[in-house]
Design a binder for this molecule. Structure first.
Ligand code: PMP
Length: 334
């Protein structure tokens, strides 16, 4: 029997699941890394753990201190849980547009939740900018001190995936992997896994799967940051080259619209028994596009980031989908 020594030890070593229907349809082997099975429920547990460990090692954080971060929710959940497990408090700044389920989870975990309007990074009221200011203020006033996690530009984030997720994928596939593709929020997952895979075999194709409204597809394909359209997906899409993306080059990029990813999301439930969030569906949609581009016979890995339970009020709510002019599956209308 294997016994995990607390929350941190239970992070990682997630299953790699064959997605049978999309594999059949494309003639490729499409595999999803089940990051929703991490103890905090998302891929961001890994980054949260590495960021907290790095802060402890640098002496920037000690037990009794406070972790401050701007997040779409999942990093905050990971940080609050890692924090609780070592006696640290957390303050989480979140755009008010993010799902109620994630906000409620953060409240339940004891995090101090600060909601701000969803405005671009250049606006001083942007959630990332507010979290940096708050961290500076709290560092002065908190008896135990405070640290800003800074997931976008703190490369402890991508190191988590370079040292754990990437090597796990290599081991689980026995090195028989032709392509990797996933979406970017901070870029920690895509960059860290790309670095790990390329180190083992530089021929592995590492691609970005971008939602509409993100500027990275055009950055990779034309060298220019430009965006158009929008997406209801949470936690992904980026308008700048974060420190986590810097210095890593990618072999390609595909865009996936909500109109393409939502049917995928519902098929994954009914065909595979996998209840996932919107970014996972964008990722699987991107893996299908990669499979079509590479041709049959290839093995492609992507990330299943979090669970659909975090988005009941949005992705599984006919009224919400209708308000965004998105297709409503008939079973949701029953
Ligand atoms: N999917 C979800 C649901 C997320 O919360 C995030 C993180 N914001 C991502 C994907 C993207 O991961 P990363 O920050 O490593 O790019």
């Amino acid at each position: 029997m294997t016994i995990m020594n607390g929350f941190a030890d239970a992070i990682g070593n997630t299953p790699l699941i064959k997605l049978r229907k999309v594999s059949e349809r494309t003639g490729c082997t499409i595999l999803g890394k089940a990051e929703f099975m991490n103890p905090g429920g998302s891929v961001k547990d890994r980054a949260a753990l590495y960021i907290v460990r790095d802060a402890l090692e640098r002496g920037a954080l000690r037990p009794g201190g406070r972790i401050v971060e701007g997040t779409a929710g999942n990093t905050g959940i990971g940080l609050a849980l890692v924090g609780n497990s070592i006696g640290c408090k957390s303050t989480i700044v979140i755009p008010e547009t993010q799902s109620e389920e994630k906000k409620q989870t953060l409240r339940m975990l004891g995090a101090d939740l600060v909601q701000v309007p969803a405005v671009p990074y250049k606006d001083p009221n942007n959630y990332v900018r507010v979290s940096e200011r708050l961290a500076n203020e709290l560092a002065e006033s908190e008896p135990g001190g405070a640290v800003w996690a800074n997931q976008f530009d703190n490369v402890a984030n991508r190191r988590a995936h370079f040292e754990t997720t990437g090597p796990e994928i290599w081991e689980q596939t026995g090195g028989r992997i032709d392509g990797f593709v996933c979406a970017v929020g901070t870029g920690g997952t895509l960059a860290g896994i790309t670095m790990a895979l390329k180190e083992r075999n530089p021929d592995i194709q590492c691609w970005l799967g971008d939602p509409m409204g993100s500027a990275l597809y055009s950055w990779i394909t034309t060298g220019e940051l430009k965006s158009s359209g929008s997406s209801i997906s949470e936690g992904i899409g980026q308008g700048r080259v974060t420190a986590n993306l810097e210095g890593v080059s990618f072999d390609g990029a595909v865009q996936v619209t909500d109109e393409e990813s939502l049917p995928m999301l519902y098929d994954l439930i009914s065909e595979e028994g996998l209840l996932l969030g919107g970014s996972s569906a964008i990722n699987v949609g991107a893996a299908v596009k990669m499979a079509e581009a590479l041709g049959p016979g290839h093995t492609i890995v992507t990330i299943l980031c979090d669970s659909g339970q975090r988005y009941t009020s949005k992705l599984f709510n006919a009224e919400f989908l209708r308000s965004k002019n998105l297709p409503v599956p008939s079973w949701l209308d029953r």
